[in-house]
Design a protein around this ligand. Sequence first.
Ligand code: CA
Ligand code: CA
Length: 185
Amino acid sequence: MNLIRLSFWTVIFFFEVFGCANAYVFINEVELNPSGDDDGAEWVELYNSGPEIMNLTGWELQNNGSTLLSDINADDFYPNEHLLIPLSGSKLRNLGDFVILVNSLSIPMDTTPDINDTVGSSKSGDLRTWQRIPDGGNEWQFVEGTPGATNGEGSGGAIPEFPSFIVPMLIVFLSIPLAGRFAGI
Ligand SMILES: [Ca+2]
Ligand SMILES: [Ca+2]
């Protein structure tokens, strides 16, 4: 019984630590230097590449320096859906910034690379954005924006670079004989 209980809590612990249930929500596209005035025109797009409806209540976007960009609070984020999050004010620096997606437990779930968009002045950007192509993929490109829509061919069903559930499952399996030894089973 102790062994079963230990294994159960080990699974719960690592699911929380590694955020397995959240591993398919990506920062999919970022507009940090929109055409015209940036004030009130910047946005971030999220993409759910997983099979489950996700509750993003309490999640938030941050940028370089862990500064709050926006709360999210979307309780029904459907598989293959694109969620557009407009930013108030002018919060994303056009040079040397990045975006972090943080869940309700303050655990970072995704981050962009350093992204720059210095086309024109701060009031004369263009329609290009930084985006994962395909949706949820690992490659970022600076091309014409697709706010709230797919980023292009091959979208749907993308998976993270490394299936994060494998790590906790391996740890659980490896921990069973050790736990049995400590528990005297
Ligand atoms: Ca900006
Ligand atoms: Ca898009």
